[in-house]
Each structure stands twice: as C-alpha cells, then as structure tokens.
Design a protein around this ligand. Structure first.
Ligand SMILES: [Zn+2]
Length: 407
C-alpha cells in the first residue's frame, strides 16, 4: 500500500513538473485558436525536481513469475482464480498477498485513436521550457482535439481521478500488474476525471476512461501520458512509447505526425536575478560568486539534483537553483543600462619651467612663490587672457599659460 501511495505521489509530482513544458512543442501542432499561454509556475520548481527519477526504462527488479505455469512449489504466483483453497503447506509464508482487484494485463492498446494525434514532445531530458519548468519530461505528449476519447493502455484499476482546472492539471491514474510488476499509467490534462470512471473501478485495455483536455499549465489540448514502474524504493518513470512498442502499441508509428523537437546537447538559460553560483547542489555548498541578473548559463538537459542544476558560466563549472533561471533571454539589469556618466575629470597641468605664482593675472603682480619646473599644479580654476589660476603648495595664484602643459 505504501508503494502504491508513493507511486501516486510521484505521478502527481511529475505532473506538476512537466506540464509547464508542454507549451512550446505542442503549440506548433495545434489549431490556430489555441493560444499558447505558458504561465510560469515558479513555486513548482523548488519542490518538483527534488526527486531525481532515475529513468531506467527496463529495470529488472522483479523476476518474472511464470504466470502461466501452476508453479507447484511456490505459492507466490498470484493467480486471480485461486479459489482461496487454504494452502496445505505448513508454513504460510505470508507472501502470497493476492490482489484480486488487479487483473493481469497482457493486452495493450493505443491511448488515442491511431492517426488522430501528433507526438508533440518526447519523454526524457529537455531544456527547461519556462521558469520553474522541469528539465526532464516524464511523459509523452500527444496533441489531439479537445474531447477526443482517451483509452486505458492496459487493463487495471483506477487509483486516482483528479479533475483539472485552469491552474491544476487533471489526471486519471490506472494501476496495472504487468508480468508480476506494478505499473501506473497516468493520463494528464483532462478536465472532468470522473465522467467515465471512478477510483477502484476495474478497466480493460482499450476502455474509454476520459477525454482530451488542456487543464493546468498547458498550451493546448493534448494527452500527456506517463508510465511509472513500482520499485523497492518508490517508482521509476518509464518512457511509455518505449515500453509499449515491443508490446504491440507504437505511439510514434500510429501518430499522424511527430512534431517533437530533438533535445539539444546543451541548453542556455538566463539568471532571473542575482543568483548564487555554488560549488555543489545545495545551499550548504560555498558560493563561487554571485551571478548578476541575465547571466547566461549553459546546462546539459536532464541533469538535476535536489533542485539544483550543474551549469557552465564562461569556462567555470558550478551549480545554480533550477528555479532561478529562465530560457527566455534577458537583457542585463535595467539599472545598469545608463552607467552614471562620470563627471569629465578636469585636466591637470604641470609646469615646463620654474614659474612665478602671482597674486593676480598680471606680470606686475606680487610673486607669492616660485613653482619648480615639472611640478603638478592641478586643474585650472580660472582663465584671464594668457593667465591661468592654479594652486600649488596650498597657495592659489596666477601663472602664465605659456609654461603649462597638460598632464
Ligand atoms: Zn507533457
């Protein structure tokens, strides 16, 4: 039961994460009426990337119990039609926990009718699409018309129905037992989650469970399909397309088009304010320096640890909080645009000969002192004909301009 709950939480977390990113890719393939309004959700950023889901496509955790064979020795094979005959074995190993509510799921079906959708975003690493968005996409996005039926990809039990709003992505979760392992498929961005199913209901592969919507942070109508596999520690995100293909359901081949963009080797983001550039992925690591707003940072998509992403700034490697960068190019801080024009520094002068410093601008005026050759007399305070008012050794007076040179 705990893992079941963890699974749900993981799905919900991923939902909050990934929805932000659907916008750009989907927009291209949508009807013109859809306006892409990727509302940044900065709050989601901090909480979301905490769990670094190790996307192991096929982690062989559970040995396949040969479900078809009776397995006489071990009573662990969960046979639904077990007729509950008390096992004559003396030691009840307590393991056989029969799950009569979860039927086997050997058949797989398209979540949307073939050729009725386009693949608008791949599963896996991606550039953070909006501030607060995730650098990892936990689902496969299929853009389709509003109201188009969504079908369960396999038989299972409905474990969650969350109705969507404009700010919250609605979804239905269905738990499957596949080859002895527990999986949960999640169908996101729906509006009403309970029109066709309710929690606890058993559904068959290909049964209609919902319809395409655009709830939550979404640029347009599409199905975001996630698949999670229960593990000993929680759950691991699976690429639904990769999982389904060898099982007879090819999401890509059945798409009318694939508009998803390939993930680049690196993504460039911009700091949204003064952001600490740290030596490691938490605030307990030391600060290399403060990055001013609009600093470009380069990131390898998909890598994230406890909400921090490793980035390169120039030639320097460090970490920044994932929620404090945006893919939108920013201009440097507006305050710094007009650098306070430094008052033009007045030129200073020096003497080219020993020079009399006179009390007034006249050859006949009293000599206050003799300024030596090469002395600095500072800026000129005033002019009068060929005479210049300067200060030397604390005395202000007039000297002849013929013996001054600009320093
Ligand atoms: Zn998505």
């Amino acid at each position: 039961m705990r893992s079941f709950r963890a699974l749900l939480l993981a799905g919900a977390t991923a939902a909050a994460l990934t929805i932000g990113g659907i916008a750009p890719a989907t927009a291209a393939s949508l009807p013109a009426a859809v306006t892409p309004t990727p509302t940044p959700t900065p709050s989601a950023s901090t909480a979301a990337p905490q769990t670094t889901p190790t996307p192991t496509p096929t982690p062989a955790v559970t040995p396949k119990p040969t479900a078809t064979t009776p397995a006489p020795a071990t009573p662990s094979a969960p046979q639904p039609a077990a007729t509950a005959t008390p096992s004559p074995t003396p030691k009840p190993t307590a393991t056989p926990t029969p799950k009569p509510t979860t039927p086997p799921a050997p058949v797989f079906r398209q979540p949307l009718a073939a050729k009725s959708y386009t693949v608008s975003s791949h599963f896996g690493p991606r550039c953070i699409p909006v501030q607060g968005g995730s650098t990892y996409h936990y689902g496969v996005d299929m853009a389709a018309r509003a109201g188009q039926p969504i079908y369960a990809i396999a038989a299972g039990v409905v474990t969650a129905t969350v109705t969507g709003t404009s700010s919250r992505a609605g979804y239905i979760a269905v738990r499957h037992t596949i080859s002895g392992a527990q999986y949960t498929s999640i169908y996101m961005h729906i509006w009403s989650a309970t029109t066709h199913v309710k929690v606890g209901q058993t559904v068959s592969a290909g049964q209609r469970i919902s319809q395409v919507g655009s709830s939550g942070v979404s640029s347009g109508n599409h199905l975001h399909l996630e698949l999670w596999k229960a593990t000993s520690t929680g759950s691991a995100a699976q690429n639904a397309a990769t999982f389904l293909k060898p099982r007879g359901v090819d999401l890509y081949a059945a798409a009318a088009a694939v508009n998803a963009k390939p993930t680049p080797a690196t993504c460039t983001y911009y700091t949204v304010g003064g952001v600490n550039f740290r030596t490691g992925p938490s605030t307990s690591y030391s600060i290399i320096r403060m990055l001013p707003r609009a600093t470009a940072v380069v990131h390898v998509p998909g890598t994230i640890t406890t909400g921090f992403i490793p980035v390169r700034v120039g030639s320097q490697q460090g970490w920044v909080s994932a929620g404090l960068v945006t893919p939108t190019k920013l201009t440097p801080a507006p305050a710094a645009v007009p650098p306070p024009a430094p008052a033009p520094k007045p030129a200073t002068y020096a003497t080219t000969a020993a020079l009399n410093l006179r009390a007034t601008a006249s050859m006949s005026a009293r000599i206050q002192l003799v300024i030596p050759k090469g002395a600095n007399v500072g800026p000129i305070a005033a002019s009068s004909g060929d005479w210049r008012k300067v200060t030397y050794a604390g005395k202000t007076g007039w000297v002849h301009s013929a013996y001054l040179v600009k320093r």
